[in-house]
Design a protein around this ligand. Sequence first.
Ligand SMILES: [Zn+2]
Length: 413
Amino acid sequence: MSTNVSRLVLANATLFDGTSRELTSPSIDIAIEDGRIAEIGPGLAGHAGDGDEVIDCSGKLVTPGLIDCHVHFMADGDFSPNTHAQTPFSMNFFRAAERMQRTLACGITMVREAGGSDLGVKEARDEGLIAGPRMQLSISILSQTGGHGDNWEVCGAHMPGMLDAHPGRPHNIVDGPEEMRVKVRELIRAGADVIKVCTSGGVLSPRDDPQHPHFMPDELDVLVAEATAAHRFVMAHAQATEGIKNAVRAGIRSIEHGIYLDDEAIEMMLEAGTYLVPTLIAPMGVIDAAERGVDMPTAVIDKAKGVVDVHRESVAKAISAGVKIAMGTDSGVTPHGQNLRELAEMASLGMSPGAVFEATTRVAAELMGIEDEVGTVEVGKAADLAVFDGTALDTTDLRNRVAMVVQQGQRVA
Ligand SMILES: [Zn+2]
């Protein structure tokens, strides 16, 4: 090993390395060099050289940097058209920067941006102008006319929202296979790492029904073919049973929300290896927002109340059937920084704490296709780590336990 490169050694850590559901070791050292994990083993702190920094992590739990597979940095728990209308255009980007920092402070070092942020948001972080999780971007959310991403209102106005087209964010309403082909290409041109589509109605859109499927199979086939040709995965906002099944049949990689899962849908997901990203705190967040006084149509509040219980039942069924679960919060619907609530909710539906951490690290990385880079604590991987006070692999009160966050070898929070 070279002598002039300074190393950071986390010493005496209780390690959950993400390769299984169990704690890896009650006391181990992790050496970080050049942003990567250089060595793992006992006694590394003892041979620390000049300029090496040793941080004693006894009594602390070290995990891979956490991954949230579903966030929206262009919203923050208030999605009323009035708020969008009163927000100066560029203010959205400054606010996103602060929300990204809040997310990073939770130990979340990587996210999938599920609609809203454009390429500049990602590049500003990658250049070091702002701090935040690394991200895969979907940029926009494809919706059929009248679908979950369509802000047209019955008065004839298009209400302002977080998906309005701008030079970095292509228009998101698309109908028919040929338009779909062009739109996926436009999104990839704009910098999308993943394509997001709504294969059903949703909660926050007043004029559609979460129980209706959206887009026809011929449109979804073109979408997946175009994305696949560009080596992109597709994520589907899918709440309706038929919308979920259409997404799985089309070869879409992950079902987001999955509110109305039936046994056949679960069987199909197991067969195809489709991931479920539950976002359990999202409908709860809509109800919280209504209680805080955020101005929303009553149809939206009623829909949120109508889905909370069935959503939990669906996700619990998927968990016990063995569907691959990856953690995602839909933060933006809830205020950013509350992401770790999702882990406790997942555990409340029957996942062991170890399974929850696995879903928030390695399985999330596999969903995003970045498992060679992040998701576990192994030699050669990026040094993305979350450090918690106390050694328990436990999901309650996690936010208050975050002691340190390391991203690409740098202490960032
Ligand atoms: Zn979302």
